[in-house]
Design a protein around this ligand. Structure first.
Ligand code: NAP
Length: 311
C-alpha cells in the first residue's frame, strides 16, 4: 500500500492549491479526484481572479494543475469511497478498492452537479446529456437543445447556447425563475430561446445519441416531445458528504464544519473550498483556503503548535 504525508480529495482550485503548498514543504502528496479543475472549469469568463484581466476557467485550472505537478503532486484519477482513522494515519479507499495510507487528509472535493434522475439521463450522459454548457456548447452548432432549470446557471447556459445552437428550449418546473432579474430580462428578449414554464422533465430518448426530450405540464399533465440533439441539466449543485458523517462534523446542509484554520473536528483531517462552511463560493477563496489547509497539514505533521502567524 502506498503511503503519503498528505492525500487531497478533490482536484479543483482548493485541492490543487493545497497540493502546491504541501509539495513545496516536501510532503509526499497525492491528489485523488474524479476530474481536474472543479467548478471553475464551468465558466469561460473569469474577471475577478487577481493577476488576470480575463481568463477562461479551463485555462486557469490547467495552470493550477501544471504548477501542482511541477512541484511533485501525484494525481490519481478516481473516486474515494471511504476514509478510516487508524492509530496515527488514515486509510483512504477508492471505489475501485485501491487503498492508500496517509498521515493527513485534505477534503476539497467541492460540490457535485445535481442530476434529474429520469429515464435516459444516465444512458445518454456524454451522448447529448450534459451538466456543463460552458464545456459542451460548441458541439451544438446549428442544433436544437433543451436547457432545464430556472436559476442563474440555466439561464446563462441558455444564453451561451444561443451562440451555437439554432434553437434553445428553456424548460422550468415553475412559473417564476429564480435567476437575477437582469438575466431574466435578457433571456426573454432572445429570439432563439423558447421558454416553457410549468414543465417537469420526464425522459430523455434516443438511439445512440439524444433525439428527444419529454416534458410534462405540471397542471394539465399534457406531455410534449421536444426534438432535440442535446439536453443541458443546469439545476444546481449538491454536497455529497454523507459518507463522512462518522469522521467529521457536518452542518445540516452537509457542509464540512471547519475553523478559520481549515481544521475539521477530526485531528489530521482538514477541509477547504466549496465543500466546507466557508462563505462565498469563489475560485480565489477556494485557492486561499487550499493554501491554508496545506500549511496547516504541514504543521500537524511536524507536530508544531498551531499558533496564529500574525506576520
Ligand atoms: P439554483 O439557483 O439552485 O437553481 C436550480 C434551479 O433548478 C431552480 O430553478 C430549480 O427549480 C431547478 N431544479 C432543481 N432541481 C430540479 C429538478 N429535479 N427538476 C427540475 N428542475 C430542478 O442553482 P444554480 O442556477 O446552479 O445557481 C447556484 C448558485 O450559483 C446560485 O446562488 C446562483 O445565483 C449562483 N450562480 C451565479 C451566477 C452569476 O452570478 N453569474 C451564475 C451561475 C450561478 P425551483 O426554482 O423550482 O427550485
Amino acid at each position: 500500500m502506498e503511503n503519503y504525508d498528505v492525500i487531497i480529495v478533490g482536484g479543483g482550485a482548493a485541492g490543487l492549491t493545497a497540493a502546491i503548498y504541501t509539495c513545496r514543504k516536501k510532503l509526499k502528496t497525492a491528489v485523488i479526484s474524479l476530474d481536474l479543475g472543479g467548478q471553475t472549469m464551468l465558466t469561460n469568463h473569469i474577471e475577478n481572479y487577481p493577476g488576470f484581466d480575463l481568463i477562461p476557467g479551463p485555462e486557469l485550472m490547467s495552470k493550477f494543475e501544471q504548477q501542482a505537478s511541477k512541484f511533485g503532486a501525484e494525481i490519481i484519477m478516481g473516486e474515494v469511497e471511504s476514509i478510516k482513522k487508524k492509530k496515527n494515519s488514515f486509510s483512504v479507499e477508492l471505489k475501485t478498492k485501491e487503498k492508500y495510507e496517509s498521515k493527513t487528509v485534505i477534503l476539497a472535493f467541492g460540490k457535485t452537479a445535481r442530476r434529474l434522475n429520469i429515464p435516459g439521463e444516465d444512458k445518454f450522459f456524454g451522448r447529448g446529456v450534459s451538466t456543463c454548457a460552458t464545456c459542451d456548447a460548441p458541439f451544438y452548432k446549428e442544433k436544437t437543445v433543451a436547457v432545464i432549470g430556472g436559476g442563474n446557471s440555466a439561464l446563462e447556459a441558455a444564453e451561451l447556447l444561443t451562440q451555437f445552437a439554432k434553437k434553445v428550449y428553456l424548460t422550468h418546473r415553475r412559473k417564476e425563475f429564480r435567476a437575477d432579474e437582469i438575466t431574466i430580462d435578457k433571456i426573454k428578449k432572445m429570439k432563439k430561446i423558447e421558454i416553457l414554464l410549468d414543465y417537469l422533465p420526464k425522459e430523455v430518448k434516443g438511439d445512440k445519441f439524444v433525439e428527444s426530450f419529454v416534458i410534462e405540464n405540471t397542471k394539465t399533465k399534457e406531455q410534449k416531445i421536444l426534438k432535440v440533439d442535446g439536453v443541458f441539466v443546469e439545476i444546481g449543485y449538491e454536497l455529497k458528504t454523507d459518507w463522512l458523517k462518522n469522521l467529521t462534523k457536518l452542518t445540516e446542509l452537509g457542509e464540512i464544519i471547519i475553523d478559520n484554520r481549515c481544521r475539521t473536528s477530526q485531528a489530521g483531517i482538514f477541509a477547504a473550498g466549496d465543500v466546507t462552511t466557508v462563505p462565498f463560493k469563489q475560485t480565489i477563496i477556494s485557492a486561499g483556503e487550499g493554501a491554508k489547509a496545506g500549511l496547516e497539514a504541514y504543521k500537524y505533521i511536524k507536530g508544531e503548535a498551531t499558533v496564529v502567524d500574525w506576520k
